[in-house]
Design a protein around this ligand. Structure first.
Ligand code: GTP
Ligand code: MG
Length: 200
């Protein structure tokens, strides 16, 4: 899929205030600093569409972007950022959870995982929760530029083995790097295929 337009629509903390249209929607979620906002910029060929930062906790709202006038891409705050206060963390968790539970337009969640790290309970628990709520998701491994190809292969094997302890199959996954533009075509083509199947 070619990105012809990508426009910021609205930011908020309430799923009831998200765009009312029925356009298919894809959300990017994962730990703080994993690279959600950077990935969105990479996919849309823009440098500053989604705000990024080296410090975790940059994205604090549900951000809707309209792509090619016919689908939404959503940038969410990260989970598991220890330095925000406990009450703030609870507020975050609550509106993120509400978003996933109530947003009927959501077609697929992309759960981002830093390819350098061992499988983390917080990610595995979140995927478990998505599964229990019948919410389709894919895994997006980020920052692949930080590892050599062999290490990537080993990491994917370890991750797959662990996932298979809890899941019948390994969810669909993508290996990406926002700095090297890796995984872009695969992700966009996947979204295009789903959009096509929904509409036909
Ligand atoms: P929060 O909004 O705080 O939850 O973070 P986020 O998941 O949106 O992460 P963000 O895109 O802001 O990126 C966090 C940091 O990781 C920034 O310093 C980025 O430059 C860096 N980063 C993101 N993606 C990549 C990547 O593919 N490769 C490398 N090397 N760095 C990356
Ligand atoms: Mg962000």
């Amino acid at each position: 899929m070619r990105i012809k337009s990508a426009t910021f629509i609205v930011s908020n903390q309430e799923v009831s205030k998200c765009p009312k249209s029925n356009l298919p929607e894809y959300a990017f979620i994962g730990r703080s600093n994993v690279g959600k906002s950077s990935l969105i910029n990479m996919l849309t060929n823009q440098k500053k569409l989604a705000k990024t930062s080296g410090r975790p906790g940059k994205t604090q709202l549900i951000n809707h972007f309209l792509i090619n006038e016919n689908w939404h891409l959503v940038d969410l705050p990260g989970y598991g950022y220890a330095r925000v206060s406990k009450s703030k963390k609870n507020t975050f968790q609550k509106f993120i959870t509400n978003y996933f539970r109530d947003r009927k337009q959501l077609v697929c969640a992309f759960v981002l995982v830093d390819i350098r790290h061992e499988p983390q309970p917080i990610d595995l628990n979140f995927m478990q929760w998505l599964g229990e709520n019948n919410l389709p998701f894919c895994i997006v491994f980020t920052k692949s530029d930080k590892l050599k190809p062999k290490a990537i292969e080993t990491h994917i094997e370890t991750y797959t083995a662990l996932m298979l302890e809890h899941w019948e199959t390994m969810p669909k996954y993508f290996i990406t790097s926002s700095t090297k533009h890796q995984g872009k075509d695969e992700l966009l083509n996947y979204i295009e295929t789903i959009n096509f199947s929904i509409r036909s």
